[in-house]
Design a protein around this ligand. Structure first.
Ligand SMILES: NC(=O)c1ccc[n+]([C@@H]2O[C@H](COP(=O)([O-])OP(=O)(O)OC[C@H]3O[C@@H](n4cnc5c(N)ncnc54)[C@H](OP(=O)(O)O)[C@@H]3O)[C@@H](O)[C@H]2O)c1
Length: 215
């Protein structure tokens, strides 16, 4: 499958490399395809890796991953052109973080909307699934913890799209995907990411992950 990853930061690079490691072709989308970090990522990831503009990347992807800084997300989508995402599964990994008062950040929106819902509104013809936002990049692919694999929480309006994303998660080492319903449940997943983030700032370590215990 061709996967387009919008955003060449750490999350885009990690998830892009994850898809390549599972045999997919990946284009990493960026405002600056010629920049050194992007060239280095392409060189490191071999023949299945390429880079392009946001628009080239969104058009390339049969599945598209949104891995942008929240404040740049609307602009990235506009540069990619919403029509480029029509009918496609879009994994939204963003968290609407506000660092204006320093770190740890706060959420810049919530309660009655979420980044996931805003992305779905910006991409009305795409099938947006919130995913990968509640785990640090170090453990997005092949998470290994003494307590077993953590759980991935997802939300989205389209059942087929969530099935596809669940398969991606399983291939990435996340057998437990918990579907919290429609994209409006991103209102709860983005605050849940704050639980992970506050623990990161408390301990200085990214080596924790979330799991629902059952009996
Ligand atoms: N870091 C983590 O461990 C983690 C974990 C879970 C979720 N997340 C969320 O995942 C997303 C990506 O995280 P990250 O750490 O990879 O972020 P990042 O490095 O801060 O930014 C990712 C990319 O966003 C694009 N971007 C930034 N400002 C932009 C603008 N004004 N217009 C258009 N594009 C812009 C840039 O793409 P180009 O430079 O390529 O143009 C940048 O590389 C964020 O929403 C974050 O909250 C992060």
């Amino acid at each position: 499958m061709n996967v387009g990853v919008i955003g060449s930061g750490v999350v885009g690079q990690v998830l892009g490399a994850g898809f390549i490691s599972r045999g997919h072709e990946v284009k990493l989308g960026t405002r600056e395809p010629g920049k050194d970090t992007v060239k280095a990522w392409v060189a490191k990831n071999g023949a299945k890796a390429s880079a392009g503009t946001f628009e080239e990347t969104a058009k390339f992807g049969e599945l598209v991953v949104l891995a942008t800084l929240w404040d740049g997300t609307k602009s990235a989508i506009q540069l990619a052109k919403p029509e480029s995402f029509a009918g496609k599964v879009v994994i939204d990994s963003t968290n609407p973080l506000d660092f204006s008062k320093g770190a740890p950040p706060a959420l810049s929106l919530g309660w009655n909307t979420s980044a996931g819902e805003e992305v779905q509104r910006l991409l009305p013809k795409a099938r947006v699934v919130k995913c990968f936002n509640t785990i640090g990049n170090a453990h997005m692919v092949d998470p290994r913890f003494p307590g077993g694999p953590p759980d991935m929480f997802i939300a989205g309006n389209d059942a087929e799209a969530k099935k596809k994303v669940t398969e991606v998660c399983a291939a990435f080492g996340w057998p437990g995907t918990i579907d919290l319903g429609g994209i409006e449940s991103a209102r709860y997943l983005e605050p849940l990411a704050m639980v992970w983030i506050l623990e990161y700032f408390r301990t200085g370590s990214p080596n924790h992950a979330l799991k629902m215990l059952r009996k």
